[in-house]
Design a protein around this ligand. Structure first.
Ligand code: AMP
Length: 261
C-alpha cells in the first residue's frame, strides 16, 4: 500500500522538496466537489493513503498561510486569510496564482486529488487550460452530495486537532476524552470558518459560486455523483465502485505468477 505522499511543495511553496513518489498501480487525477463539511477532506485523505495520489487542498494551503507571521505573508495572502476567516471565497486571482506556482504537483507521478479547488467557473476553466498546457487529463470529478441541513449539523459539531490535524465530531465521532485529541493529547479547536456566522456565508457561497461547476463537468462527461451519507469507509467503497464501473478500477493485485520468466 503506498504511503501518503509528502505535500511540501503544495503547502510550503514550489521550491520545497517532496518525497520521491513511486508510481502507484494506477495513477488517478481527480477533483473532489461538494459543499463544505460534506466529508471531501476525509475521503481525499482515505483515497490518498490507499491510491498514493497527492491530496491537494487549497483550504489547507490558506490555513498553512495563516500560521505564517504576518510579515512573511504577501498582501494577497493576508487578504486571503482574512477572507477565509469570514467564510468568504479567496479571490480567483490569488487562488490561481498559488495553483499555477505549484503546477508541478499536477504532474506528480502519484496523481492528484484536488480538494476545494476549483470552486468557481473561472477557476474550473483556468484548471482546464492549465492541464491542457501540461498535457495532463482529469480522470473524473467526484461530486459528494448531502442535504443542506445535514451539512450544517456536520460542520457545527466538527472539532479538529491543531497539532496532528485529526478530525472529530462532538456527537458523530467524539474523542475518548471530551475536547482532547485521542492521537496526540492536544486541546481540540473549532476552525474559525466552522463557526455559525462563517458557515452561513460558506453555504451561500457554495450554492452561488460552486454549484455551476456541476454543469461544467457534466458537459465534459467527467461528473460522478456520489451520496455522502454514512461512514467514511462506506463512502470510500461507493467511490471506488463508481470508479470501477466507469472503467477506472484498480488493477488486480499481482499474484506473482508469471512475474518471473
Ligand atoms: P476548505 O477547507 O476547502 O473548506 O477551504 C477553507 C476556506 O479557504 C474557504 O472557505 C475559502 O475561504 C478558502 N478557499 C479554499 N479553496 C478556495 C478556492 N478554490 N477558491 C476560493 N477560496 C478558497
Amino acid at each position: 500500500m503506498p504511503s501518503p505522499p509528502d505535500r511540501s511543495n503544495w503547502l510550503k511553496g514550489p521550491k520545497a522538496p517532496c518525497d520521491p513518489v513511486d508510481p502507484p498501480p494506477r495513477r488517478y487525477n481527480l477533483v473532489l466537489l461538494g459543499a463544505p463539511g460534506v466529508g471531501k477532506g476525509t475521503q481525499a485523505a482515505l483515497l490518498s493513503s490507499r491510491l498514493g495520489a497527492c491530496h491537494l487542498s487549497t483550504g489547507d494551503l490558506f490555513r498553512a498561510a495563516r500560521t505564517l507571521a504576518p510579515c512573511n505573508r504577501t498582501p494577497a495572502l493576508t487578504a486571503a486569510v482574512e477572507a477565509m476567516q469570514r467564510g468568504e471565497l479567496v479571490s480567483d486571482d490569488t487562488v490561481l496564482e498559488l495553483v499555477r506556482e505549484r503546477v508541478d504537483c499536477l504532474r506528480c507521478n502519484g496523481g492528484f486529488l484536488l480538494d476545494g479547488f476549483p470552486r468557481t467557473l473561472r477557476q474550473a476553466r483556468a484548471l482546464d487550460r492549465l492541464l491542457e498546457d501540461i498535457g495532463v487529463a482529469l480522470d473524473a470529478v467526484l461530486m459528494y452530495e448531502l442535504p443542506v441541513e445535514e451539512v450544517v449539523a456536520r460542520i457545527g459539531g466538527r472539532r479538529v486537532c491543531p497539532a496532528c490535524k485529526a478530525v472529530y465530531h462532538v456527537t458523530g465521532h467524539p474523542p475518548r476524552v471530551e475536547g482532547i485529541c485521542d492521537a496526540c493529547g492536544t486541546l481540540l479547536i473549532q476552525r474559525d470558518d466552522d463557526r455559525p456566522e462563517a458557515v452561513r456565508v460558506r453555504m451561500e457561497t457554495y450554492l452561488r459560486a460552486t454549484l455551476p461547476l456541476v454543469e461544467h463537468y457534466r458537459a465534459l462527461g467527467l461528473l460522478m455523483s456520489l451520496p455522502a451519507d454514512g461512514e467514511p469507509e462506506e463512502i470510500y467503497g461507493r467511490t471506488m465502485s463508481a470508479l470501477e464501473q466507469a472503467g477506472m478500477g484498480l488493477p488486480p493485485p499481482s499474484t506473482g505468477a508469471g512475474d518471473t520468466p
